[in-house]
Design a protein around this ligand. Structure first.
Ligand SMILES: [Zn+2]
Length: 233
């Protein structure tokens, strides 16, 4: 199996090696073949992608704008048969699903996105523009870099501290190395619960520890590929 899927009541998959969605490391043909495999596996006609830039911006995807190039790091739609896909290698991909209003979201939240609270922006769009009730929304945090490998210096720790007062609860400081290790998965889980989310599934799978099976930037550096996280109604 070259993808991981979660039982949340709508189609979703986290495509891993040997699939690769980093256009800089594979040919255009290979990329298109991989995109077609995703469509076939999930039985969808359309796949929406955005130009990811570690922003906190959300695109509302429709059949009219699906092929427009948009800089954003999250997408929302209520249209069936459109897959929303984000490319990740260590960053969190987060699925959102409201089974009552039938709305989905897909978010790329690396540490910059987490600090900017992009997932809250996505939830706000679902609530304000699609009528979702927060407690109905189911959330999945896909495999990402976990605390053992998310080693940062003081400057990055400080960015977290500025966004999350209680960051020390999620941080181990190793004095001998002068490095900080932040548990972003639990941080985002607790943050989502504080917003009123009731159902959260976390992968609890470290991409770096599993770098032989899952694309990981810290495992392979510049030559690393990208996984693709896709959700569809
Ligand atoms: Zn690890």
């Amino acid at each position: 199996m070259n993808y991981i899927t979660y039982e949340i009541g709508t189609k979703n998959a986290f495509f891993i090696k040997p699939y690769n969605f980093n256009i800089n490391t594979i040919s255009e043909k290979e990329f298109m073949d991989n995109i077609n495999s995703v469509k076939n596996e999930l039985n969808i006609d359309n796949l929406a992608l955005v130009t990811q830039r570690h922003t906190a911006d959300i695109k509302k995807v429709t059949l009219d704008n699906i092929n427009e190039e948009t800089v954003a790091d999250g997408m929302i739609t209520d249209i069936p048969n459109i897959g929303l896909g984000v490319k990740v290698a260590d960053c969190q991909a987060i699925f959102l699903y409201d089974p009552i209003k039938r709305v989905i979201g897909c978010v790329h939240s690396g540490w910059r996105g987490t600090v900017k609270k992009i997932v809250k922006n996505a939830i706000d769009v679902m609530v304000n523009d699609y009528g979702s009730v927060i407690s109905d929304i189911k959330v999945v945090i896909c495999p990402s870099i976990l605390q053992d490998h998310f080693e940062v210096d003081y400057d990055v720790y400080l960015e977290f501290k500025n966004s999350f007062n209680d960051i020390d609860k999620y941080t181990i400081y190793k004095e001998d190395l002068n490095k900080y290790y932040i548990d972003q998965e639990t941080l985002n889980k607790d943050y989502l619960m504080s917003l009123g989310i009731k159902y959260i599934k976390v992968a609890n799978t470290c991409t770096v520890c599993n770098g032989n099976k899952i694309h990981s930037y810290r495992y392979e550096k510049e030559k690393s590929g990208r996984n693709l996280a896709v959700i569809s109604l």
